[in-house]
Write a protein that binds this ligand. Structure first.
Ligand SMILES: [Fe+2]
Length: 200
């Protein structure tokens, strides 16, 4: 079988996909996504993914520890994923942004978290139209995080090796085992996903 790389991930998916392999679990859905979407579109305080050196302390912390890594991993992340020089999620300039949502700007996210206290340490991601996240994983140790879809632009797709695509609908929450390679291709509009802390 062809070796899976970040450049042939999508071209080889029909060769490798095997839905009997478990790399994600459906965790239910929320109908609050339409309000969350409105709040995302209004917000203008995003940090660009290649500006890791200037991320807030809270953003560094929530991103680094999202699937249970210790803060020591930040030094690696800022060189590889959150800087233009790194061999990270994309080779070209990338329309990809982050923020830790605060209550003033994202009241609906805080309403959701108060009703569902198992979801903590939120990080919001914003991916520009027709941009993609190349296949990557979060390290070799068994680990997971939670990923809530706020919107799914037409034509967007998400897959995890070796299972295959996840049929995300807006509002869906999945537990993702991110030690497995995963990739996103966005559709024709800005895509917002909300991540919560998992573990390992
Ligand atoms: Fe990831």
């Amino acid at each position: 079988m062809t070796e899976i790389t970040k450049h042939n991930f999508w071209d080889t998916i029909e060769e490798w996909r095997d839905p009997s392999k478990i790399t994600f679990e459906y965790c239910g859905r929320t109908s609050l996504y339409t309000k969350m979407y409105r709040e995302c579109k209004q917000f203008d305080g995003w940090s660009h993914t290649f500006d890791g050196k200037n991320f807030s302390e809270e953003l560094r912390y929530n991103l680094t520890t999202l699937s249970g890594a210790p803060m020591e991993r930040w030094e690696y992340l800022v060189e590889v994923q959150f800087s233009e020089q790194g061999d990270g999620l994309a080779t070209e300039d990338m329309d990809y942004w982050w923020t830790v949502p605060q209550k003033e700007d994202f009241p609906t996210i805080y309403k959701f978290m108060s009703e569902n206290p198992e979801f903590t340490n939120p990080v919001l991601s914003k991916l520009g139209p027709n941009h993609q996240l190349l296949a990557h994983n979060h390290g070799p140790e068994h680990q997971w995080l939670f990923n809530l879809s706020i919107n799914e632009p037409v034509g967007s797709k998400f897959a995890i090796y070796p299972t295959g695509p996840i049929d995300y609908k807006p509002g869906d929450i999945y537990k993702l085992y991110v030690n497995n390679d995963h990739a996103v291709v966005n559709g024709n509009e800005t895509r917002y996903h909300l991540l919560f802390r998992g573990g390992r």
